[in-house]
Design a protein around this ligand. Structure first.
Ligand code: SAH
Length: 232
């Protein structure tokens, strides 16, 4: 009898915690995204679907829907929900697209992209983070995401060209290999500039010509280079 009662209360508690996260996610969507001008339906649907709490360490879950970035270990952060949505929306993604992300981190941004597009390739330089993101994405069933450990500076030649590229670490200048691996008609969003004055830059390629536009001042963790070169 006690066992059954325990089981019922256990199931109820889990259900309760889940609906709590769903509620927090709804509030985040309206207060942090819609209120600030995010209106692309695909982006909003994806942000409503991906359980952000699953991408942060256990002790950070309660803060998962706060209006700020969060520490995810190895000195790295998961971006603020608004920044994830902003970068996703501006890429004007289509369901058939193939996207490259540099800076997998927790895997959250990759999951949001994976809800919208056909395939996501993502590269993370910190092994521990890459391994953990791979596991989370697999557990949540995102089998259209491929994670690779290594320095993303040179992109991912085997899978080029990409319809869209998203870089989630700040860098002084845009890596030429990423420009080369963007399809004609493709879009890239990347935080560029000196560390204290970075802007998200939207890059578009049309008829072989590259256009760049600063769209939002931001702070991002730095893009680092692997002195040994790419590992895989
Ligand atoms: N998109 C992530 C946020 C990542 S923070 C998320 O949704 O959680 C930026 C990440 O870029 C960090 O994990 C950092 O380790 C990684 N990074 C920095 N330089 C890199 C490089 N050269 N290649 C690949 N990843 C890099």
């Amino acid at each position: 009898m006690f066992k059954i009662l325990f089981l019922i209360s256990f199931v109820f508690n889990i259900g309760h915690a889940q609906s709590d996260y769903n509620k927090k996610r709804d509030v985040m969507i309206s207060n942090q995204l819609v209120a600030r001008g995010i209106k692309d339906p695909a982006t909003l649907i994806a942000m409503r679907k991906v359980p952000r709490e699953q991408f942060v360490p256990e002790n950070m879950k309660q803060y998962a829907y706060q209006d700020n970035p969060l520490h995810i270990g190895s000195g790295q952060t998961i971006s603020q929900p608004y920044i994830v949505a902003f970068m996703t929306q501006i890429l004007q993604l289509e369901s058939r697209d193939k996207v490259l992300e540099i800076g997998t981190g927790s895997g959250y941004q990759a999951a949001v992209l994976a809800e919208i597009v056909k395939t996501v390739y993502t590269i993370e330089i910190v092994e521990e983070l890459g391994v953990s993101a791979k596991k989370t994405l697999k557990e949540l069933g995102y089998d259209n995401v491929t994670v690779r450990i290594g320095d993303g500076y040179n992109g991912w030649k085997e899978h080029e060209p990409f319809d869209a590229i998203i870089v989630t670490a700040g860098i002084e200048t845009i890596p030429q290999p990423l420009l080369d691996q963007l399809v004609d008609g493709g879009r890239m969003i990347i935080p560029v500039g000196p560390s204290n004055r970075r802007n998200l830059v939207l890059v578009t390629k049309k008829n072989g010509k590259i256009k760049m536009k600063k769209v939002l001042p931001v702070r991002f963790v730095p893009f680092v280079r692997d002195k040994k070169g790419d590992q895989e």
